[in-house]
Design a protein around this ligand. Structure first.
Ligand code: AFP
Length: 320
């Protein structure tokens, strides 16, 4: 099995600045993984504050943010960092060519009940070198991302990386403290039978989505189900399952969240790039996610992502 380093050596990417950033992500994730496995009850508590999105901040949100920031701010390739946990962007090295946006611990409201969580990263190359970081470095279409990655802290800890039109998955070997390539060149089935949506919102969402969900609930000619419903409430875990098995994840605009719940720059865009490179598709219902130009750094969006034919079928309801 190829180690993480060996894989990038074989891909001739081990000297690249992006590899240095991916190394930081892998090392940071090992620290978070250890903290999660230690299960210190003190870490499972809420911080007692709200983030920029008015959501409860968990102690582990803060810890994960600090762990990754520590790595990124020491990395000379990184010019600026945008995090879900910080209202403003953070200046890195002025000579750095890359901007990184992250959700350091997605799904953190699930931590206290032992449900998988994740870390998500989006990496863009700056347009102007040797300049201080600014919001324009992050307000870019997702299709322009240089690389995207997530870590899923689940039954095993897995690092998924989208780069050069490919998605590869690495599993953490806890004894050796090393990632190994375990899921080379991931491709998502074009059809799947999983649909993932928080049905608590069903009465307040676009009729086109209600119609699609109804289709998923139709029985076959033998009276058996055609689809299975799965929603964990941890985006990385929900997406990862659907990417591997085939399925669709839907978080639409709702009465509670009129712009959607998920953040475009550091949640949807990186997941959408991973989806695209694994052969699946994403949209907000009107526009492809990767073609949206963000207007503000913490912008939310409706998010539909998954098996190509399932997403196409859902979008066909919008055109009728
Ligand atoms: P937290 O990070 O606050 O737990 O939010 C998780 C999340 O952003 C995403 O991971 C889930 O898919 C989504 O929210 C779940 O939202 P609902 O609780 O509204 O279904």
């Amino acid at each position: 099995m190829l180690s993480f380093n060996k894989f990038f050596e074989e891909e001739k990417l081990h000297q690249s600045p992006v590899f240095k950033i991916l190394k930081d992500i892998s090392e940071g994730s090992m620290i978070i993984n250890e903290i999660l496995l230690n299960g210190n009850p003190e870490h499972l508590k809420s911080e007692g504050t709200k983030n920029i999105q008015s959501e409860d901040v968990q102690k582990l949100d803060v810890i994960a943010n600090n762990v990754f920031l520590d790595f990124f701010l020491k990395n000379k390739e990184i010019n600026g960092v945008l995090s879900e946990e910080n209202e403003n962007i953070i200046q890195g090295h002025k000579t750095g060519d890359f901007s990184i946006a992250m959700d350091p611990l997605d799904g953190s409201s699930n931590i206290s009940v032992n449900i998988p969580v994740g870390s998500i990263f989006s990496i863009h190359k700056k347009d102007n070198i040797n300049t201080v970081t600014c919001e324009a470095d992050f307000l870019k279409q997702g299709i322009k991302q240089e690389c995207a990655a997530y870590v899923l802290y689940g039954t095993a800890t897995i690092l998924i990386i989208a780069i050069n039109n490919q998605v590869n998955g690495f599993t953490l070997n806890l004894k050796e403290k090393k990632y190994y390539l375990t899921y080379p060149n991931i491709k998502t089935p074009e059809w799947g039978n999983i649909f993932s949506i928080n049905e608590g919102n069903i009465k307040t969402i676009d009729p086109e989505i209600i119609q699609y969900v109804e289709c998923c609930k139709k029985l076959n000619k033998d009276g058996k189900r055609t689809h299975t419903g799965r929603f964990i409430g941890s985006l990385v875990a929900d997406f990862h399952r659907n990417m591997m098995k085939g399925g669709i994840f839907i978080y639409p605009k709702t009465a509670d969240k009129p712009n959607g719940q998920l953040r475009l720059i550091y949640e949807c865009n990186p997941i959408a790039l991973i989806a695209q490179f694994s052969g699946s598709k994403s949209s907000d219902g009107n526009e492809l996610i990767l073609e949206k130009t963000p207007k503000n750094i913490h912008e939310r969006t409706a998010f539909i992502v998954g098996s190509k034919n399932m997403v196409t079928k859902l979008l066909s309801f919008y055109k009728k």
